[in-house]
Design a protein around this ligand. Structure first.
Ligand SMILES: NC(=O)c1ccc[n+]([C@@H]2O[C@H](COP(=O)([O-])OP(=O)(O)OC[C@H]3O[C@@H](n4cnc5c(N)ncnc54)[C@H](O)[C@@H]3O)[C@@H](O)[C@H]2O)c1
Length: 481
């Protein structure tokens, strides 16, 4: 492990970083400057403050819902529970949602929400009361609504919070037959879809598999072969990091050589057993004292260990101007949103370290959220065909889904993989995984092809932004502002 003094260079904030990445891309696009500005800005950010009586006194909470772009509605984006939540952060995350949805052709505009709270400080019944109150504030302003604004889980929230939100919506909007489609990431028994919990980590796996089918891109990173035996470091063993690490190690033969968590890191060059570590964290609240690998108190230094693939899957800004020169991965895949700052991005590029950008890498979550939303709106059950006569019914369902999707009038279609699997009578999980795989492969190909085709496009991130912004611009051209 190496250390060096921090350079005295100003680091842009998260929102400035996203703006800088956007600006790099639009500088290479032939779009009217007014339209560029319209696409860049966040349309609106709502701040709500509300009180909840807890432990005998009233506590006041602050929450946000940012709506970046309504070029397609509903707008979509997770709700984050963390102490660091603030307006700039939700606006940056909402902007990323706009570009992410456009890149993977999920028919949504971009939004994001957050509540400034440390969820670990509250009992479950307290969190339920706070979540229901926050949801109420958003519902009464149509900031949660099946056709207007559809949240999902993000850091600090999961199925449980989404179930409370869906239930709160149904209690208020008692006549809305589409109530279940007001939020995605719900538990199965509350209108969820199989494969949503794993979706973002699964998407990271599919993204890496597709990268390893592109020898020219691999050569840029100095990588050869397949995922088998590759050394991977993961930061954050939460929803995204855990599933990515689990699938990559169990199904692709990759070796997870280090894991970084909020209270430290663990390192073992021969490979870490992800299930055992996950269990330890669940029981002990962190990695400290984990007995089966070396534990390092300052986990962040493990970002700088040599590896083939670095998977930041926790916070934004963790690879920045302070440590970018010391990163020794060949490839960084941004499973989290915004883990590499705009300044660090340039340093990594200069040093030949390839970055697979967040707007693509973690798009698995919103992709499967789209399947869940369509399932809820269609009031159907995806599932295995029982009898021959059900074939005709399956075709009817596909036709109906196509009608729903095309009636949105944004040129979107159901993927061929999804339709084929559905007509074949595959189970819901197979359908979801095949649709996700299709989506991740197609999006990678569009991003990589543009990067290869245009000498002036410096990296995959800029290519991804150009593809995404081009689609948003096209939507404005077709429908007007
Ligand atoms: N959940 C999704 O479907 C989804 C979809 C797209 C993008 N993302 C992004 O992925 C990232 C992680 O989200 P998540 O849903 O997995 O959150 P999560 O809350 O499930 O997990 C986050 C993990 O990071 C750990 N962590 C917190 N601070 C840390 C630190 N300083 N160093 C190392 N680890 C730390 C936490 O202990 C936790 O295990 C976020 O950037 C989020 O926006 C999530």
């Amino acid at each position: 492990m190496t250390t060096s003094p921090s350079p005295q260079v100003p680091e842009p904030g998260f929102r400035q970083s996203v703006d800088m990445m956007f600006n790099h891309a639009v500088a290479l696009m032939d779009l009217p400057s007014g339209l560029k500005e319209k696409i860049r800005v966040c349309n609106a950010t709502y701040t709500v403050r509300f009180g909840v009586r807890l432990r005998g006194q009233i506590q006041t909470f602050t929450g946000y819902r940012a709506i970046h772009s309504e070029h397609t509605e509903p707008v979509k984006g997770g709700i984050r529970y963390a102490m660091g939540v603030h307006q700039d952060e939700v606006e940056a995350l909402a902007a990323l949602m706009t570009y992410k949805c456009a890149l993977v052709e999920a028919p949504f505009g971009g939004s994001k929400g957050g509540l400034r709270i440390d969820p670990r400080q509250y009992e479950e019944h307290e969190l339920e009361a706070i979540t229901r109150r926050f949801a109420y504030e958003l519902i009464k302003r149509d900031l949660i609504h099946p056709s207007q604004n559809v949240p999902a889980p993000d850091m600090g929230t999961g199925e449980r919070e989404m179930a409370w939100i869906a239930d709160q919506y149904a209690r208020i909007q008692t006549t809305d037959i589409n109530a279940r489609a007001c939020v995605t990431g719900k538990p199965l028994n509350a209108g969820g879809i199989q494969g949503r919990v794993e979706a973002t980590g699964r998407g990271v796996q599919y993204a890496l598999r597709e990268f390893f089918r592109h020898p020219d891109d691999m050569a840029e990173a100095g990588l050869t072969g397949t995922l088998d035996g590759k050394r991977i470091i993961v930061q954050g063993l939460g929803n995204v990091g855990y599933h990515a690490a689990k699938f990559l190690s169990e199904e692709d033969g990759a070796r997870i050589v280090a894991v970084i968590e909020h209270d430290g890191g663990v390192i073992d060059p021969s490979g870490i057993d992800i299930e055992s570590l996950r269990l330890w964290i669940a029981e002990h609240g962190g990695v400290r004292d984990y007995p089966h690998a070396q534990v390092v108190p300052d986990g962040a230094v493990l970002l700088e260990e040599p590896c083939d693939i670095l998977v930041p899957a926790a916070l934004e800004g963790v690879i920045n101007l302070e440590n970018a020169e010391r990163i020794r991965a060949k490839l960084v895949i941004e499973a989290a949103n915004g883990p590499v700052t705009a300044g660090a991005d340039e340093v990594l590029r200069r040093r030949g370290i390839l970055v697979i950008p967040d707007l693509y890498a973690n798009a698995g979550g919103v992709t499967v959220s789209y399947f869940e939303w369509v399932k809820n709106l269609g009031h159907i059950r995806f599932g295995r065909m029982q009898r021959r006569q059900e074939e005709a019914r399956h075709q009817l369902v596909v036709d109906e889904l196509e009608r729903i999707v095309s009636s949105m009038g944004n040129g979107m279609t159901l993927s061929e993989g999804f339709k084929t699997q559905y007509l074949r009578g595959a189970g819901e999980l197979e359908l979801v995984r095949s649709g996700l795989d299709d989506t991740m492969r197609t999006a990678y190909q569009s991003m990589s092809a543009l990067w290869r085709r245009r000498a002036d496009v410096p990296d995959l991130r800029t290519a991804a932004y150009i593809v995404a912004i081009g689609r948003v611009a096209e939507s404005y051209r077709a429908k007007g502002l």
